[in-house]
Design a protein around this ligand. Structure first.
Ligand code: NAD
Length: 244
């Protein structure tokens, strides 16, 4: 096999066809809210109830969402690669659980998860599927200081050690449905490219850092990813972008 370890970075675009709206960076709004209000520690300090309501609503809404053909194709890629002694690591910026619902494993949630809450007092986090607010007690320390377990702007993403290892070890980098403006994720392609690794981008339109990628496959991820995976597994080679 030409490629042994594939690193896949996914963003909001892979879940768009499952009915989860992307983050609209052009106008700074996320589901009609200002990013400063719902995705920063300062916003939470100003109005914790608004932030709890925002993520409670999203947690409930994502419960009924199903993985689409792109998530399922990544699971197929992961299984087939493992049968050939290869490996696929999925690093997602998404806070939804659609990779898990698609039965992928080795999924690293660098920006946290909707189905987890974090105690601001003791720093512990745990799985949570219900609503959360200022009355929710931490199951470890008992303080009513729970917040969504989401990495907000200005905070340090999770699992950076594991991600750096995957960046070093991979021999193919694939970014799917990510705008290329949210760092550090937007910088992963530059590391891989500097090491001479092929870097592939899948998006509706070229992303902000499109020029760093070796190939851009434009179109809906639900169409391009299954086509890519089938070609890649059959030919052990990268398809020409015009072929998908
Ligand atoms: P983004 O919303 O900034 O960009 C989404 C990208 O996906 C865009 O470049 C768009 O062109 C592309 N896209 C849209 N539909 C697509 C499709 N069908 N196929 C292929 N590409 C498509 O997303 P981001 O770069 O991931 O950064 C936004 C931040 O907001 C992330 O940190 C993430 O945590 C958060 N977020 C998460 C979710 C989620 O969990 N599903 C949803 C919205 C925002």
């Amino acid at each position: 096999m030409r490629y042994q370890h594939i690193l896949v970075l996914t963003g909001a675009g892979i879940s768009a066809e499952s009915g989860i709206p992307v983050f609209r960076s052009e106008d700074g709004l996320w589901e009609n809210h200002r990013v400063e209000d719902v995705a920063t520690p300062e916003g939470f300090e100003r109005n914790p109830q608004l932030v709890h309501d925002f993520y409670n609503q999203m947690r409930q809404s994502v419960k009924s969402k199903q993985p689409n053909a792109a998530h399922l194709a990544l699971t197929k890629l992961q299984r087939e690669m493992e049968q050939r002694q290869g490996r696929v690591t999925i690093v997602t910026q998404n806070i939804d659980d659609l990779h898990e619902k698609a039965q992928s494993h080795d999924v690293i949630h660098m920006h946290g998860e909707l189905n987890s809450i974090l105690c601001s007092h003791c720093g512990k986090s745990y799985e949570w599927h219900e609503d959360c607010d200022g009355t929710t007690e931490c199951k470890f320390c008992g303080h009513k200081t729970m917040r969504p377990d989401i990495v907000w702007f200005g905070e340090i993403p999770y699992h950076m050690d594991a991600i750096e290892r995957a960046i070093m070890q991979c021999d193919l980098f694939i970014a799917i449905g990510t705008s290329g403006v949210v760092y550090p994720a937007a910088g992963f392609v530059s590391y891989c490219s500097r090491q001479g690794k092929p870097c592939l981008e899948f998006n509706l339109t070229p992303s902000a850092n499109s020029g760093v990628f070796t190939h851009s496959y434009l179109g809906k991820a639900g169409t391009t990813i299954p086509a890519f995976v089938d070609y890649f597994l059959e030919h052990d080679a990268l398809p020409d972008p015009s072929a998908l």
